[in-house]
Design a protein around this ligand. Structure first.
Ligand code: ATP
Ligand code: MG
Length: 266
């Protein structure tokens, strides 16, 4: 069965899309089959892959509207499978108002496919119907947190929403991963924030912290993952380490061959 993970934080610009894309690309490098789902009306993930979202005729929007099945809208790109977003998603909240079971549409659609090891869902920076669909479809939530002042601001609202979804829509849902992003070792504040996140979330915080890296900011402009754009960059190093950490955590090796590794961030 595919493991469905939603990358979620209603705070904007914390690295959700960068994480979703490059974790998937890292997983693909270590032999996993991954499906990416762009659930953001901004379609940043879609554009980051060099796909012109505004020119597409079949997207995740058509799946929500019941006009297309998942298999009809998946695009294959350099080993990655992606369901692109559409700017039309922005109106979905209104279009689905009053539709019974509207929170279950993505779960039902993704239930049609079992071809992947992981399905990663890039959520928009809001807690509306699209994020609710992601939380209802997912087994796990990863929360990217920028290692900056105010990183944890808004977390109580996010956790409250997740608790409500857990009670009413998806009892198996768990926050299983916190990803520290845009870490700058030169900034004392960044180190302090990592310590605070670590105290609050314990081993849910991935040991791999994603460093601030200019190549990560540049790659989307070329429609490339970090591995294609700058394979020797810190960004590529960090996302490969994170993908390995996730795969090891999700699919642990048999105990005899298990090996403990701690990545120190400097
Ligand atoms: N580690 C990093 N180093 C440098 N720049 C980064 C890093 N991670 C992300 N960025 C840049 O920061 C900006 C915001 O990142 P991203 O789009 O991934 O955040 P987001 O949480 O998906 O935003 P939104 O809430 O708008 O969907 C982008 O311009 C991205 O290229
Ligand atoms: Mg985004």
């Amino acid at each position: 069965m595919s493991k469905i993970i939603a990358l979620c934080n209603q705070k904007g610009g914390v690295g959700k899309t960068t994480c979703t894309l490059n974790i998937a690309a890292g997983m693909e490098k270590i032999g996993k089959k991954v499906l990416l789902v762009d659930l953001d009306p901004q379609a940043h993930l879609t554009y980051c892959l060099g796909i012109q979202a505004h020119e597409l005729t079949q997207t995740i929007y058509d799946v929500f509207k019941g006009n297309r099945r998942i298999a009809d809208v998946v695009l294959q790109l350099d080993g990655l499978a992606v369901i692109p977003s559409s700017l039309d998603l922005a109106g979905l909240e209104m279009e689905l108002a009053g539709v019974p079971g509207r929170e279950f549409l993505l779960r039902e659609a993704l239930g049609q496919t079992d071809n992947y090891d992981f399905i990663l869902v890039d959520c928009p920076p809001s807690l509306g119907i699209l994020t609710l669909n992601a939380l209802t479809a997912a087994q796990e939530i990863y929360i990217p947190l920028q290692t900056e002042f105010l990183a944890l601001k808004g977390m109580s609202k996010l956790i409250e929403t997740i608790d409500t979804v857990k009670k009413r829509l998806n009892k198996d849902l768990e926050i299983t991963g916190i990803i520290g992003t845009r870490y700058d070792a030169r900034k004392k504040l960044n180190k302090g924030i990592i310590e605070i996140i670590s105290e609050r979330f314990g081993n849910k915080l991935f040991q791999t912290i994603i460093r601030e890296n200019i190549s990560l900011a540049e790659a989307p402009g070329y429609g490339q993952t970090i591995f294609a754009y700058a394979p020797k960059s810190y960004g590529a190093e960090d996302y490969l380490a994170l993908a390995e950490e996730i795969v090891a955590r999700e699919q642990p090796p048999p105990p005899a061959s298990g090996r403990k590794r701690r990545k120190a961030y400097k």
